[in-house]
Design a protein around this ligand. Sequence first.
Ligand code: MG
Length: 334
Amino acid sequence: MAKITMEHGSGGAATAELIEGLFKDRFGNEYLDKMEDSSVVPGYDRLSVTTDSFVVRPLFYDGGDIGRLSVCGTVNDLLMSGGVPRYLTAGFVLEEGLDTGLLEKVVDSMAETAKEAGVCVVAGDTKVVESSGGEGGLIINTAGVGFVDDGISVGARFIQPGDAVILSGNLGDHHAAIMKYRLNIKNDLIKSDNAPLNRMVRGLVEGGIRVHALRDVTRGGLGTVLNEFAKDSGSDIVLEENSIPVSPVVRDFSALLGLDIMYMGNEGKMVCAVAPEDRDRALQIIRDSEYGENAALIGEVRETMEKPLLIMKTAIGGKRAVPPLFGEGLPRIC
Ligand code: MG
């Protein structure tokens, strides 16, 4: 099967072939098709802008792949500002020796996920680097732009005592899915949750829910995200351990390996703080949305005693502070 060579990064005929034959075919749209040095696109008053690089290994895993992840990760970060994701850029760093068939599969997955998430790829870049001796690696950077309506202000600083804290589904799925490959564990039930969260976020915004903060639960896990919520809002976040949704298979998997579910990453879950009056309606909207069927009310925001903390009321009736993740966590999960 054909492989990526240094020639594909030359800027000459082989590069053109790669761009025309592989990328343009799959990502094509009225902006990208002009093939100028930059794209001119319609704008908006308020924009959300973000970027992320994706280095996950393996490149393909149950429930997703680096292509789907590279779209979902950036789209979800745009959504967390309350806006509508519109444009993506895609930068590829390809290692010499990478199988072109495999690259095609990754780009197919990106194109399909971009369509699902309502974004178009308006600019791209490809570089080829020397082989590091492996089978040919792949790194993807995506940047994204979203449109944010006037009057939408979402952020941890807007969280207030009394707010309800809602999690959109089961914790730890992506982390467990990556880990099973690293440890060579066979279990078909463990799958990544890789997904764009457009529907549930738009449902909340269009449903008039007073959303104070939104964050996707990625690297560092819920424990890290909610510590940021506590710190940035100056309030305590109090969780009910019993109410945190985890699938039975991921619960067993994490118990077996001694992993704390609070620090396991997801790639298709979000946590939000909403005004208490909107709590039940917000929960229903998320549960009725695609990828939100296991959403749960997991806690509430309280006035802090001295220093803002994330506090867990445990299943057996105790209370403990949950610190943010210290140390490295699992590398190359995203
Ligand atoms: Mg995020």
